[in-house]
Design a protein around this ligand. Sequence first.
Ligand code: MG
Length: 380
Amino acid sequence: MNKRTFIKYCTSLAGISLVGRNFAGAATTFPVNRYNMKKSGTLKLRYAPYTLQLKHAFTLATSSRTTTPVVLTELEFEGITGYGEASMPPYLGESHESVLKFLAEVDLSRFSDPFLLEDILIYVDNVMPGNYAAKASIDIALHDLIGKITGQPCYRLFGLNPAKTPLTSFTIGLDSPEIIKQKVEEAEPYRILKVKLGRDNDREMIETIRSLTDKPLCVDVNQGWTDRNHSLEMAHWLHEKGVIFLEQPMPRSRKDDIAWLTQNSPLPIIGDEAIQHADDIVSQKDVYSGVNIKLMKCGGMHAARNMIGLARALGLKVMIGCMTETSCAVSAAAQLSPLVDWCDLDGNLLISNDVFDGMKITGGKVTLPDRPGIGVIKLT
Ligand code: MG
């Protein structure tokens, strides 16, 4: 079957005609779901601030909070709307104010074709430096929009197999033994637990969890340890306790100490706070065993896909994570999860006021909805 016949075959399964462009740029006709897309139109960006309420105070080695600010975006083209989201945990330095200011500067009306994704995202990236969560909110909405126009889930447009999604972990923050017990019970549907360490009761946390479950654990220290010998000693102890990897054990500035730990540790050492963009992967390929990629750090799905490819080429392990987010941004990250070794996509489950329905966890595994785009439905 040649390329043109293949496209006709695939799109005939979906139903209706759409005028689009083939890989060589020549006009071609292929059917898509429910929609005859015009060649051109107007991209309209809308956005609104929203505050996520956390079910439990989220306590890390360096901070504690009960809310997370987000901005919800919508990108409309010819009556079809794609959804996006920016989530702003304090450590990335973005806020409601900064994201709204950034989005007010963006003029997408200059683009008449949402399929010019590369051009659109380069324009958005050049509006202002930084502001990666704000940029992700447009990137996610654009991917959702393109999926909806073509009637295909993003994972299909990326050529990914939804059966290859990994298990996801459920996060247990730093807390008292009583609350930890409650959280372990809440985490019953999950087959891997992620434990936040980095305070003076690390061993007590692990012993408490181990008295309740023998599930595999991953540990995130969020830069909380300062001594490399202590970090190595803990890595060996955690290995014996059934931990499968250790994330950001020391401050990101301690490259030499972390590289030494990675060389000597029985556990893979994953970089999170230290690795936000593709150039960080290149510069720290010998410091870490792997990278935790998040849409809010790197600017969205397009950048994340590129980072995954780069990390793989350099022989690194890859996980995909999230912030506290609604099911919108979490479902966007989930579209890429067939590409990674591990995922940590529970941010939507840590909040009490989600406004989207999206990806689900079934038997501890990410399950991608059979819906176009990022696969979400807005609930309110
Ligand atoms: Mg982390």
